[in-house]
Design a protein around this ligand. Structure first.
Ligand code: COA
Length: 374
């Protein structure tokens, strides 16, 4: 018989270091001044375009972002470097992603009041893995002491929602009693801090979601998974070409090409209707009136984008209570964002309230998880 599936705990790891828009812009503008001075002759001759300065006002107005947490401030803010300084760890040391994921996982287990022996599997679902293999999930499994299995999956910013569906399917089918879905996002490692259009977008964080069979999981605070739905449509408008066939010496490929690149305006236009449609039809098919949904935990990439999506689904403007915002403080933490919103804004959800979690991003990819509080 199919099991009832619940989310019984969530966890969050927030890095200790933080960067405000003003600090980020000051360092970016020093880099620009230095670049333009170094290329002054070529700029005067018209063969090189001067770089334009960034502005903290633009960033907050265009995105809603005010600050971000990062693993390493110093390297990012050094105009001579413009990327985090994360020392290489040896094969006998835990990876950064394993450490971040373990911290978030321990909190999720603690919230659910269960030990590692209750868990059968780990899915590390995030937008970039720090190595191809062995899977980060298998390393995390060993670090936590979980028996069973682990695997990695990558569906960019929608990864957590895709991971929750895979975990819910496994639990529902009886192939696992509980699965941890872990999203350690080191977005500062694949963000181009020299690119004015995107240098402000991302931050680092890790989340964990414990997906369990309702039977056997402590009852308090559970959210029953009423349904999950996924959608992907191919697009090049958010892309990262780093890969094992694209090495630094590969002809025609620059370092910038192996970092995050997007056409932000196009993404906005394409993804808003795609996600609104996904959430609306999913709710309709579950027989749930969108107006009865207590809260929407949307992917945290852009404030205006979330306002548009909520307006399309609800037919009215959403309040911060309808669709909480964490991107002002965290920026876009890729797949972790919607889970951070859920983690931080669910204590006031009452029994029988329905909530929606939705992640979306590169692919394009979008996922919707509809839950009811027990
Ligand atoms: N500082 C100051 N001005 C800047 C700037 C910066 N850092 N970056 C761009 N600008 C300027 C541009 O040059 C442009 O000037 P122009 O009008 O004179 O040509 C103007 O601001 C608008 O640029 P645009 O790129 O069109 O901004 P936008 O309003 O689309 O906002 C994003 C940019 C990225 C914040 C927005 O498009 C977005 O968030 N899109 C969704 C992206 C998304 O969700 N991606 C998913 C990632 S996983």
């Amino acid at each position: 018989m199919a099991q009832t599936v619940v989310i019984s705990g969530t966890g969050l790891y927030t890095p200790e270091q933080k960067i405000s828009n003003e600090e980020l812009v000051e360092s970016f503008n020093s880099y620009v001044a230095q670049y333009n001075a170094e290329h002054a002759d070529a700029i005067a001759a018209g063969s090189v375009q001067p770089l334009q300065p960034s502005s903290a006002e633009f960033i907050e107005k265009a995105s809603g972002i005010r600050s971000r947490y990062v693993l390493d401030r110093e390297g990012i803010l050094d105009p001579q470097r413009m990327r985090p300084r994360l020392p290489t760890r040896g094969n006998d040391e835990p990876s950064f992603m394993c450490d971040m994921g373990a911290a978030a996982s321990r909190e999720a287990l603690q919230q659910a009041c269960v030990g590692v022996e209750a868990v059968d599997g780990i899915i590390v679902a995030c937008s970039n893995m720090q190595r191809p293999y062995p899977a980060i999930a298998v390393e995390l499994q060993a670090a936590l002491g979980v028996e069973g299995w682990g695997y990695d999956m990558n569906v960019a910013c929608a990864s957590a929602a895709f991971g929750i569906q895979a975990a819910a399917d496994a639990v529902r089918n009886g192939s696992a009693r509980a699965v941890l879905v872990v999203s350690p996002e080191i977005c500062s490692g694949h963000l181009n801090f020299c690119d004015r259009d995107s240098h402000f977008i991302f931050g680092d964080a890790a989340t964990a979601v414990l997906v369990s069979a309702a039977e056997g999981a402590p009852a308090a605070g559970q959210f029953e998974v009423l349904g999950t739905r996924l959608r992907t449509v191919f697009s090049n408008n958010i892309r990262n070409n780093r890969g094992f066939l694209n090495r630094s010496e590969s002809p025609g490929r620059s370092e910038a090409d192996r970092l995050f690149v997007q056409n932000g305006r196009r993404v906005f236009k394409d993804v808003v209707p795609m996600v609104s449609e996904l959430i609306s039809t999913h709710l309709r098919d579950l027989g749930i009136d969108p107006h009865s949904v207590r809260r929407f935990y949307l992917h945290q990439a852009n404030l205006a984008m979330n306002e548009y999506i909520a307006r399309r689904v609800l037919g009215r403007d959403a309040t911060a209570d309808d669709a909480p915002v964490i991107l002002d403080e965290y920026a876009n933490t890729s797949s972790a964002g919607s889970v951070i919103a859920f983690h931080k804004h669910r204590d006031d959800i009452q029994a029988d309230d329905v909530v929606v979690l939705s992640g979306f991003g590169a692919g394009y990819s979008a996922g919707c998880v509809v839950m009811r509080k027990h």
